[in-house]
Write a protein that binds this ligand. Structure first.
Ligand code: SF4
Ligand code: SF4
Length: 498
């Protein structure tokens, strides 16, 4: 297959082909089918997204089923509902602190091993689907950005509409070592991605759809192209393109996408929608949208890459809330007690102390196990490797020095809040300095401190019984109510795309 010459990269100077290219360390995915994890219990945090925590809609002792809403936003708050991915009984509602420092309530459900679905989970059979229906379903299905930030997808749709964007971008640029949870969605379900992208484009009000992918992902590119030929060709109103990127970590971050595609340096607080006229959705998020639209299934499970020392890399499909230990055991059958477990990917993840009681959430794309070893640490040798590696143009060595000496103002002046916690600096540092760990932890703590100053949200139970919000989406304001200007975005018959 011939790929076009134009290749994008955020790195505009000398682009070394080998520069932080981990594609060869991500080639283990050969699964014909995704393995499924059936956990004994799930621990479902009420805050897995950017925004306020949800309020539990169930009580201890309640029976719940797959797809049932167990937490919804308090009135007037910006949040995304949470759903249960197993059937069983609620055994606890207690406080949890997640590895990212978020503290909220969590609903624990112990499985009944029946895998009963909620009655509202049915394949869609409307003859057409309109833009307002799409937005209603996405909001009520609890879909958030699954690539890391966890911004409710409905908020992004609204922001894109307000900004009048001209194109929709599907982010298939997963570039961390061993991370392939997004990429397997392309080989496994490329048609779902195409249709999800069409639905989102319709909801946003654009017709241009660009898939962003590394030039090195030949298998995934082939899968995308053939799905486009099979599916997208039927929708002549939409224009599809593939944009090829050089493999370079961490290209998928939105500010680096802006740099690569539009040659714009976005400052913190500036959005892709307003500055570049584009809206970016992670490809697992796009999949989740179409799963909600076509299959009626809210976001209650996700693909997680399980990898690291002594583990053969795998992708598994796990209910959200599955404890990390159960995910690790599902691929190698034993618990890794002597190794360090990371909640997330090798470079950007967070070390966890209690994998038995730490759940995966909507944004957890990987669980990584690394061997315990005392890193040899020496003083900075001023090689400036970290400066060259930093995609945000920071000087991580200097920033760490400032933070270590509690010179926070100076660290801020050096741009500490522009850090995207990519981990490239720590990876590259020959002195073994924990640059990312120090910088990212400072940024995370500062953000949490700001968030804690916001008004407290009510924690009372909201009585919606056992109704899945999906049942109600037609009654939501502007969600599912077809008006005169409500465009049909997809003809859709008998649960199948026509
Ligand atoms: S972790 Fe932060 S400071 Fe380090 S390379 Fe990434 S963006 Fe730069
Ligand atoms: S990479 Fe490490 S040793 Fe080199 S300048 Fe940065 S902090 Fe110092």
């Amino acid at each position: 297959m011939l790929f076009p010459e134009k290749k994008y990269s955020f790195y505009k100077d000398i682009t070394l082909d080998s520069a932080l290219d981990f594609s060869k360390r991500s080639s283990f995915v050969k699964e014909i089918m995704l393995e499924r994890v059936y956990p004994t219990k799930v621990i479902i945090p009420m805050k897995q997204h950017y925004g306020a925590p949800c309020i539990p809609t169930v009580d201890v002792g309640d029976k719940v089923t797959i797809g049932q809403c167990v937490g919804m936003p308090a009135k007037g708050t910006f949040a995304s509902p949470v759903h249960c991915g197993i059937s069983g009984s609620v055994t606890a509602i207690s406080d949890i602190t997640l590895p990212n420092g978020v503290t909220c309530k969590a609903v624990t459900v112990v499985t009944d091993r029946k895998r009963t679905h909620h009655p509202s989970i049915v394949k869609r059979n409307d003859p057409y689907i309109s833009a307002s229906k799409v937005t209603g379903i996405i909001r009520n299905s609890g879909i958030v950005g699954m690539g890391g930030e966890g911004i409710p997808t409905i908020a992004k749709i609204n922001r894109a509409k307000k900004a009048g964007v001209k194109e929709l971008l599907v982010n298939c640029l997963q570039s961390e070592p061993y991370a392939t949870s997004d990429l397997i969605r392309i080989t496994d379900s490329a048609e779902y991605l195409i249709m999800g992208a069409v639905a989102l484009a319709g909801a946003v009000g654009v017709t241009k759809i660009n898939f962003l992918i590394s030039e090195k992902r030949k298998t995934e590119i082939t899968a995308l192209m053939s799905a486009m030929e099979r599916t997208a060709g039927r929708y002549s109103g939409y224009i599809f393109n593939i944009r090829y990127f050089r493999e370079r970590f961490p290209q998928g971050y939105y500010r680096l996408v802006a740099k690569a595609l539009y040659d714009k340096d976005l400052g913190s607080g500036q959005t892709l929608e307003e500055e570049c006229g584009a809206v970016l959705f992670n490809c697992s998020t796009v999949y989740a949208c179409w799963e909600a639209i076509a299959d009626g299934m809210p976001l209650c499970s996700r693909v997680v890459t399980v990898t690291g020392e002594d583990l053969k890399g795998h992708n598994v499909l796990a209910p959200i809330g599955t404890p990390v230990t159960e995910i690790i055991n599902s691929v190698n059958g034993r618990s890794e007690t002597t190794n360090t477990v990371i909640w997330g990917n090798a470079l950007t993840g967070i070390k966890i102390a209690d994998p038995d009681n730490t759940p995966i959430i909507k944004t957890t794309s990987a669980v990584t196990v690394v061997r315990n070893e005392d890193k040899v640490r020496t003083n900075c040798i001023h090689c400036s490797g970290c400066v060259r590696a930093c995609p945000m143009g920071l000087d991580p060595g200097i920033i760490k020095q400032f933070l270590d000496n509690r010179l926070f103002d100076l660290a801020e002046r050096e741009g500490v809040f522009d850090c995207i916690a990519c981990g490239a600096c720590s990876y590259i540092c020959p002195s073994g300095m924990d640059l990312n760990e120090t910088i990212a932890a400072f940024v995370r703590d500062s953000e949490l401190r700001i968030e804690r100053k916001k008004p407290a949200y009510t924690t009372e139970k909201m009585d919606i019984g056992s109704l899945s919000l999906l049942e109600n989406y037609n009654e939501e304001e502007n969600g599912g109510r077809q008006g005169d200007d409500d465009k049909i975005v997809l003809p859709f018959e008998g649960g199948k795309i026509v």
